[in-house]
Design a protein around this ligand. Structure first.
Ligand SMILES: [Zn+2]
Length: 435
């Protein structure tokens, strides 16, 4: 692959660096070889193929730190319910009859939505994850994926023992894949016993991979875990050896100051999913406290059935606004803090060390935000536009490993009409289960 010089009105390399006006990025073999002022790069690399975005902001590809993408097939199935009612009365009964091809088509539907939201990397926990992997490879995006493990039988692998076998075979098969990494995913501390979670921790140690788990999502979970073990969820996980650099702790809505300290000392990562937490009435996580403690923060949408979209721009805005509102202080969190969580913080949490920012030696994973969209004018402050104004549809181009996967709003490797057709069929089949 030859050298490619991508030029734009603005380049935003990372959350805490100054945006480059009239900047450029030199890309070769999927990596960023140089970054700086466009005019200087044009002189330095006269033979590079040039692509110019006169009215574009180039940002690092966004990282959706936690989701269940196949659940797009269940978007709108049950609304305005508590987490436990939503899960036990609606989601689990449909999932008990889940079909492999539903997961594949639901994944493609969600990946289309995520590409349009500037997402190049996401973290998924669900069932039939081999189908998610198939969709990821076809679309050309990146993902950390893992089969959701529960003590009760799963519609994909059956008894838990088979779930461990599946997880271990995925861990062996995807050790050096350029787009995909595998995580071990015990669902929660109330759907998995502490013995199950201990086995999961052992597996993460054996393969040096991430432990991806929902923790401290709402008051009901705290009550159940306390009744069963006499401890809060993160205290329990700490006591069984699961709070360390491998931990991706999702939600933490009810995290205590003591648990924040445990996570900070252990260098664990925290994924904040504000819109899902609001929609399910779980509460608001203490994010300024988490950042102040030095915990690596990522941002996620959670599944599209509890959000109900996969728009990381909207997630960034919500994450910021709710903290300002609840603390009655607009200075309590900045656009840059949130942008960090949606990019570099996410990549770090997911264990992808060469993406999440635009820097020499990093992978060319980037999104172009189209400033010709009227809602994005004028462009005094790129960070404010990205976090407080942009929306999913504002992204015109998306690149992963130096390869365009969306150009001029056209997604290159997915047949979008076919996906809509298949989703319509699946909707009829799901409807038969719940009516
Ligand atoms: Zn979740």
């Amino acid at each position: 692959m030859g050298e490619k010089l991508v030029l734009a009105k603005w380049i935003v390399p990372s959350a805490y660096e100054k945006p480059i006006r009239d900047g450029g990025i030199l890309i070769k073999d999927g990596f960023i070889l140089d970054i700086g002022l466009g005019e200087e790069l044009k002189v330095k690399y006269p033979n590079a193929n040039k692509e110019v975005f006169k009215s574009g902001i180039i940002i690092p590809g966004l990282v959706n730190g936690h989701t269940h993408i196949p659940m797009s097939i269940l978007r709108g199935i049950a609304e305005d319910l508590s987490l436990m009612t939503w899960l036990h009365q609606y989601i689990f009964p449909v999932e008990a009859k889940l079909k492999r091809d539903w997961v594949y088509w639901g994944s493609l539907l969600s990946i289309i939505e995520m590409i349009r939201s500037g997402i190049t990397l996401f973290c998924d926990m669900y069932l039939f994850e081999e189908e998610v992997i198939k969709a990821v490879e076809e679309a050309g995006v990146k993902a950390l994926v893992g089969e959701g493990l529960f003590d009760f039988p799963s519609p994909s692998y059956g008894p838990l023992e088979k779930g461990f076998e599946l997880t271990e075979s995925l861990l062996k098969n995807f050790q050096n894949h350029s787009l995909i990494k595998i995580a071990v995913c015990p669902h929660t501390l109330y759907t998995c016993s502490s013995e199950t979670v201990k086995r999961c921790i052992k597996l993460t140690e054996k393969y040096g991979v991430k432990l991806h788990i929902h923790l401290s999502e709402n008051q009901e979970e705290i009550k159940v875990v306390k009744e069963r073990y006499g401890k809060t969820p993160i205290e329990l996980l700490y006591d069984i050896g699961g709070v360390n650099e491998n931990l991706i702790a999702v939600h933490g809505v009810k995290i205590t100051p003591k648990e924040i300290e445990l996570m900070a000392q252990a260098k664990a990562s925290f994924v904040h999913c504000p819109e899902s937490n609001l929609k399910l009435g779980s509460g608001i996580a203490p994010i300024p406290e988490v950042i102040k403690a030095g915990i690596n923060l990522a941002l996620g949408t959670d599944g599209p059935a509890s959000n109900n979209d996969l728009d990381m721009f909207s997630e960034m805005r919500t994450a910021s606004l709710i903290q300002k509102g609840v603390k009655e202080d607009p200075t309590v969190i900045t656009a840059k803090d949130i942008f960090y969580a949606a990019t570099e913080g996410g990549a770090k949490a997911l264990g992808f060390s060469d993406t999440g920012k635009l820097a020499i030696g990093y992978k060319a994973d980037l999104a172009v935000i189209d400033l010709s969209n009227h809602s994005l004018q004028p462009d005094y402050n790129p960070f404010a536009l990205i976090v407080y104004t942009a929306k999913a549809g504002c992204v015109s181009h998306l690149m992963v490993d130096g390869r365009w996967i969306m150009k001029d709003y056209k997604i290159l490797h997915i047949d979008e009409d076919m996906v809509i057709e298949q989703i319509d069929r699946i909707k009829t089949e799901v409807w038969e289960i719940i009516t």
